[in-house]
Design a protein around this ligand. Structure first.
Ligand code: CA
Length: 341
């Protein structure tokens, strides 16, 4: 009897702990006005489309997904070890992530340009795992100067569209973060139109994310001069909470007011260099903004590199599921956000 009472007591403590976290999230007005993120989201939501500034599911309901971004896939950078099916299953099942992002390294040593097969094998294993776990997957061409290797980008996205364009899981992201001095009008927009046309020859409908100048922050420039005569496009807005605050949200609000559909395909709790300290207060500000606008968001990054943005501690297992001691402060915070989304 005493044992039974003790067990009930423990259950009550556990329930109140999880309730107090939920209360904290609600007190910050983060609670969704829509249904929370489902497990096996692709089974529930199916083929996505863009309507105005919203992503809608196959039943035309507005959806907002939360997930994580893998780190650069480059061979030899150390974080390519998380490109495996068990790790993806851990994020889908244990973290309840609705979406995952592949950062296909398209510059630097060991990138797709140097080590094509190894990078492709990693990318396809993650896409296959996302399909098996019924979550959405963004395939991102992770480059800051993608226009310099246009042919490689066309070749890559043609391959991906041919192989996966008929699955509802796939979302293309064609240019991670153009540098600040790369013109939207003269370079990023024409590059994007070329890649979109190559994809659309094969895949008429899956979502395509377009990068914006200044590390995917200048969504105002895209809003003033958007890509026309295309559908199911989203524009990338990236933020790092310790560096970017109201000024960037004002740009985003301007873009949304002009009807530009945004996706936060990469964000960090820390500074824009991926390091520094975790800014919880600014992150909560951003999450309120994300909730208000029904945006989809993915945290950077699945990594055990020694920098504050990493969600895993040094030497954490490659496949998970990860224990609390395997998570950094940012990792613990982000895991709660995703599980509660
Ligand atoms: Ca398709």
């Amino acid at each position: 009897m005493r044992m039974q009472l003790f067990i009930i007591y423990v259950i009550m403590i556990a329930a109140s702990a999880s309730f107090s976290y939920a209360k904290d999230i609600n007190s910050h007005h983060l609670k969704a006005s829509f249904k929370s993120q489902k497990t096996s989201p692709v089974a529930h939501h199916g083929q996505l489309s863009v309507d105005g500034t919203f992503i809608r599911d196959v039943k035309k309901e507005v959806i907002s997904l939360a997930g994580v971004s893998l780190f650069w896939s480059n061979t030899g950078w150390g974080q390519e070890r998380f490109y495996n099916s068990e790790a993806i299953a851990s994020f889908a099942k244990d973290w309840k992530a609705g979406i995952i992002r592949i950062a296909m390294g398209a510059q630097g040593t060991g990138s797709y340009l140097e080590k094509r097969k190894a990078n492709l094998d990693r990318v396809t294993s993650v896409i296959d795992a996302a399909i098996a776990n019924e979550i959405y997957v963004i395939v991102d061409w992770h480059s800051h100067q993608a226009e310099q290797n246009l042919d490689a980008a066309i070749e890559f996205f043609t391959f991906i569209a041919e192989r996966y364009g008929n699955t509802p899981n796939l979302i293309y992201e064609i240019y991670n973060e153009p540098l600040n001095d790369i013109s939207w009008e003269l370079i990023v927009k024409p590059y994007s139109e070329t890649i979109i046309n190559a994809i659309r020859k094969i895949d008429p409908n899956n979502l395509i994310i377009v990068g914006t100048p200044s590390w995917s922050q200048d969504v105002d420039l895209a809003a003033d001069n958007p890509i026309l005569d295309q559908h199911n496009l989203l524009y990338a807005l990236h933020f790092y909470a310790a560096s970017h605050k109201n000024e960037l949200r004002e740009k985003a609000e301007y873009a949304i007011s002009k009807g530009l559909p945004l996706i936060i395909s990469e964000w960090g709790t820390v500074s824009s260099d991926g390091d520094g300290f975790m800014d919880e207060e600014s992150t909560l500000e951003w999450l309120r903004f994300i909730r208000k606008n029904n945006l989809t968001h993915l945290n950077w990054a699945v990594s055990d590199k020694n920098e504050a943005a990493s969600i895993l501690t040094k030497g954490a297992d490659s496949s998970g599921p990860w224990r609390p001691q395997d998570l950094t402060s940012s990792g613990k915070f982000v895991q709660k956000i995703i599980r509660e989304w």
